[in-house]
Ligand binder design. Structure first.
Ligand code: UDX
Length: 441
């Protein structure tokens, strides 16, 4: 099939490459000229495990192309995937301006072309309940003659594992009022569910809500374990033991129970607030999500307070090594990264920050510029530091040369926001070690 993917961010690019990989002819449209030129010249614009290999192959085989022209994109196929940003608006709601404007433009182009061929607009962006309906109304106005369906197809891929998640999804969710659209989407996703994982077809609103329900449940789970971790500190219990024992109940499960600095990234924080907003708009307020959101911001503050307390509020002139800038491991994404909040706190106190991240230094430099120093390695960052802060759970931080750290740091003090190290081991070596929720350790 011929497909047009509008928006070449994480979701758009990964979807485009994976669809092209199974044989489709894919044209990506993005209004960022620089990005398109970079992609056209064979350079990826994001770091994502396994993406470069497939990207090079499908480009070489001529199945993946890029353009800045929406008109070209609309004329190239009859299936238009919207993979556009839906950033947080002023009151927590999802800002739909890109999605709605592009939908209108697609309609205008279809109308001008006079085409009566069946086509469809599929929303992959995370959009609030009712958006498909709004898109359909916009298309009815801008393209009254066109035969265009609307469908919702939320994407559940995780950054860092996006290719794997796209190729082997635990489930595919599609929602549309049009049986024709649902059939085409089932066919498109067929190659990715050969092991029998389900494709759930439903109405648009349920499909739209499914995405928020999934992300918000996971966010709530993280806030839950973070609050349990705080309680562990208060009652002198160890959250690692509690987490493992609790997670062994199959009704609960072991995943997504790691306490830390709170969830970040481009999805959870914004989706939680958007669901709060939707629930208020529909006069069905969700108290759980309000609490999850509040607990998440407190989690970051609490970690900063530990540093503040340790140094008795005197951060000025101290040198902090920060390991990890990305909001989680295996990505270069620093959106809503807890590391940046911790750094902001340190800089505000007059401290000096030397950071290292295997992938996210370029993305951080775009935000923080020269306000911090960037080291060439984790160990280099730690040299002469008054304290080391672990902010992202990159594998390469898990087993550092502790003797090197002990001898080369100004003071062997570690604030571990991801519980990467063994408390006893560090304490036995003479480190001051502060982690999350290990009251006994
Ligand atoms: C998430 C969803 O998992 C994905 O399905 C959706 O499509 C997009 O949003 P992503 O933002 O890539 O994916 O990150 P994810 O791996 O889910 O982690 C989200 C946040 O939770 C990160 O900040 C991570 O550090 C944190 N987290 C995760 C924890 O603090 N503890 C955990 O146990 C798991």
């Amino acid at each position: 099939m011929k497909l047009t993917i509008i928006g070449s961010g994480y979701v758009g690019l990964v979807s485009a490459v994976c669809f092209a990989d199974v044989g489709h002819q894919v044209l990506c449209v993005d209004n960022d000229r620089q990005k398109v030129e970079r992609l056209q010249s064979g350079k990826l614009t994001i770091y994502e495990q396994g993406l470069d290999f497939l990207f090079n192959r499908v480009r070489r085989e001529g199945r993946l192309k890029f353009t800045t022209s929406l008109e070209e994109g609309v004329k190239a196929s009859s299936i238009y995937f919207l993979c556009l940003p839906t950033p947080e608006g002023e009151n927590g709601e999802a800002d739909l301006s890109h999605v709605l404007k592009v939908s209108e433009d697609i309609g205008t182009i279809l109308e001008k072309s006079g085409s009566h061929e069946p086509s469809m607009v599929v929303t992959k962006s995370t959009v609030p309940v009712g958006t498909s309906e709004r898109i359909r109304n916009i298309l009815k106005k801008s393209a009254p003659q066109a035969d265009v369906d609307v469908a919702s197809n939320p994407e559940f891929m995780r950054e860092g594992f996006a290719v794997e998640d796209f190729q082997r999804p635990s489930r595919v969710v599609i929602g549309s009022a049009s049986p024709r659209a649902l059939e085409i989407l089932k066919e498109l996703y067929g190659p990715f569910v050969r092991t029998g994982n389900p494709i759930y077809a439903m109405d648009e609103r349920s499909s739209e809500l499914t995405k928020y329900a999934a992300n918000c449940y996971l966010a709530m789970r993280i806030s839950f374990i973070n609050e349990i971790a705080t309680l562990c500190e208060a009652v002198s219990a160890n959250v690692d033991d509690v987490r493992l024992a609790v997670g062994s109940d199959p009704r609960i499960g072991k995943q997504f129970l790691f306490p830390g600095l709170g969830y970040g990234g481009s999805c959870f924080p914004k989706d939680v607030r958007a669901l709060i907003r939707t629930s208020q708009e529909f006069k069905s307020p969700m108290t759980l999500m309000v609490a999850a959101n509040e607990a998440n911001s407190q989690q970051r503050q609490r970690f900063c307070q530990k540093i503040h307390r340790h140094f008795k509020g005197q951060l000025a002139g101290l040198r902090f090594a920060v390991w990890g800038l990305a909001f989680k491991a295996n990505t270069d994404d620093v959106r809503e990264s807890p590391a940046l909040d911790v750094i902001a706190f340190l800089l505000k106190g007059g401290a000096k920050v030397v950071a290292y991240d295997p992938e996210a230094m370029t993305t951080t430099r775009r935000i923080l510029g020269d306000r911090i120093e960037y080291a060439a390695s984790a160990h280099e960052a730690a040299m002469d530091a008054d304290a080391l802060i672990v902010a992202t759970e990159w594998n390469e931080f898990r087993q550092p040369d502790l003797n090197f750290l002990k001898n080369r740091m100004k003071s062997p003090t570690v604030f571990d926001g991801r519980n990467l190290f063994h408390s006893k081991q560090l304490k036995n070596l003479g480190f001051t070690y502060v982690s999350v929720g290990r009251g006994m350790a």
